[in-house]
Design a protein around this ligand. Structure first.
Ligand code: ZN
Length: 228
């Protein structure tokens, strides 16, 4: 077995609100942090540049990996411009922004990448609380994959999911606690229409993000008044 460095974590990093919050969470918990970003044929390829910029601001090592295969295997609204994005979750299945196998694939690649560098901690921003019906954001899936990776690669990886039980409001609270609320608000890209920061304002990702931010800012203001 390879010598593992337990002070080091690898973050699966997209440059969105969730994984950026996780990047700073990792910085607070580990001596050394790597950010791994996948280019998988997403319509908004500048997502990768956004991720690189944020990694630079955070002062962590950035690696970009091209994996176009995952976007071409199945038809979905994030990688295929001819597919109209579901604005709401359809009955009986995930919305068409679901890229089948994405987290399975990303985390498996991340584990191999991490092993080569002696890193045993993997961090991902998935959340079951706000999950739009994506089966690979569930806690049971991540725990199952963790066991599978450890068996398949013969290492003791630990997959961390700091946002698993947080809603968007609580995720903003965590960013604030980590001192990066403004950075997350300004620099990250969550919007399905590719608009950085506060986004286009009407896609499902923007709606969720804005509602969470409003709720958090109102809550903060109330608490501020209560302290006076
Ligand atoms: Zn949007």
């Amino acid at each position: 077995m390879m010598q593992m460095n337990h002070d080091c974590a690898l973050v699966v990093f997209s440059g969105g609100q969730d994984s950026t919050t996780c990047l700073f969470w990792a910085k607070a918990h580990f001596r050394e942090v790597h950010a791994l970003t996948f280019s998988y044929g997403q319509k908004h390829v500048h997502e990768v540049d956004v991720a690189e910029r944020i990694a630079g601001l955070a002062g962590v090592r950035f690696e970009r990996m091209d994996v176009p295969l995952i976007g071409t295997l199945a038809k979905n609204a994030l990688t295929d411009g001819s597919v109209r994005m579901d604005e709401e979750k359809p009955a009986g299945g995930p919305p068409n922004t679901f890229v089948p196998g994405r987290n399975l694939f990303f985390l498996s690649i991340a584990a191999v990448y991490a092993r080569e560098r002696g890193i045993s901690h993997l961090v991902t921003g998935v959340s079951e609380t706000d999950y739009s019906g994506y089966p690979d954001c569930r806690d049971s899936f991540i725990k199952s994959l963790n066991v599978t990776l450890n068996l398949g690669i013969e290492e003791q990886f630990v997959i961390h999911t700091p946002l698993m039980w947080k809603d968007k409001c609580q995720t903003w609270a965590l960013a604030d606690e980590l001192g990066v609320l403004d950075l997350v608000r300004r620099e990250t890209l969550t919007c399905y229409n590719g608009v950085v920061g506060d986004g286009c304002g009407h896609c499902p990702a923007c709606t969720l993000r804005r509602a969470g931010l409003q709720k958090y800012l109102e809550q903060k203001e109330r608490e501020g008044h209560a302290d006076e």
